[in-house]
Design a protein around this ligand. Structure first.
Ligand code: MN
Length: 209
C-alpha cells in the first residue's frame, strides 16, 4: 500500500529514509534558473512518499529555510537517487542553495545499458522495468499553488515510488554489461553538470566544439 505524507516547509526532524533515498522535484517550469522550486518528493523505497512543499516567505512560507531537507541532500553517507538528476540538482541548488551529493541517476544508467531503445523517460522505465503504468497527466500543472490537488500529490509521489525497483534492475544491467564504473563517473560529474547549467553553459555546452 502506497502512502503519501505531505510536509510544509521541511522534512520532520529525525526521519530516517535509509542509505539510498529516491528524490524528485516539481518546479514552475523547465528552466532551473528561472522557475522556482515548489515541491521535493522523497522515498526510502518502502512505498511511502514524503512530499515537502517549499513555500516562499511572500506567501507565508519559510522558503529555503529547511534544515532537515538540506542536511539530507548534502549528507555524504546518503546516496540520492534521481531520474534525470541533472535538472533536479540544479533546481535544488537554485532553490535551496545547496549542492546535492552523492547522486545516482536512472536516466544515465538506462542510456548506458538500454542501448536498444531511445526511450529513457521515467514512464517507459516504470513500465519496462517495474511493470507499473504511471500517468504523466499532471506533469505540466501549476505546482506553485498553495493547495495542491489530490491528483497532483498522487502524481508527484509516483515519480519517486518506483525508482528503487528501477535502479536495482539497471544496476544489474550495468554490472552485466561492464558499464558500472563509467556510470559512477558520470554520476559523480552530475553536480558539476548542474552547476554549468546554472552558469548558462547549456547550448552550446562545455563539451561542444
Ligand atoms: Mn516529477
Amino acid at each position: 500500500m502506497n502512502g503519501i505524507q505531505l510536509h510544509k516547509h521541511d522534512l520532520p526532524a529525525g526521519l530516517d529514509l535509509g542509505p539510498i533515498v529516491a528524490i524528485d522535484t516539481e518546479t514552475m517550469g523547465l528552466d532551473p534558473r528561472r522557475d522556482r522550486l515548489c515541491l521535493v518528493q522523497l522515498s526510502s523505497g518502502d512505498g511511502t512518499a514524503h512530499l515537502v512543499q517549499i513555500i516562499p516567505p511572500a506567501l507565508g512560507g519559510r522558503g529555503a529555510d529547511c534544515p532537515n531537507l538540506k542536511a539530507l541532500l548534502t549528507n555524504p553517507n546518503v546516496t540520492k537517487l534521481f531520474h534525470y538528476a541533472r535538472f533536479d540538482i540544479a533546481a535544488l541548488e537554485n532553490g535551496l542553495g545547496v549542492v546535492t551529493a552523492p547522486v545516482i541517476c536512472t536516466k544515465i544508467a538506462s542510456k548506458l545499458v538500454r542501448t536498444y531503445t531511445d526511450r529513457h523517460g521515467l514512464k517507459e522505465l516504470c513500465r519496462d522495468l517495474a511493470g507499473v503504468d504511471i500517468s504523466k497527466q499532471q506533469q505540466s500543472s501549476d505546482w506553485g499553488a498553495t493547495d495542491l490537488t489530490p491528483e497532483q500529490l498522487a502524481y508527484a509521489a509516483s515519480d519517486v515510488l518506483y525508482l528503487h525497483t528501477i535502479w536495482a534492475k539497471l544496476e544489474a544491467l550495468l554490472v552485466r554489461e561492464n558499464r558500472r564504473a563509467i556510470a559512477q563517473a558520470a554520476y559523480d560529474f552530475l553536480p558539476t553538470r548542474a552547476k554549468l547549467d546554472l552558469l548558462g553553459y547549456v547550448d552550446p555546452d562545455l563539451f561542444t566544439h
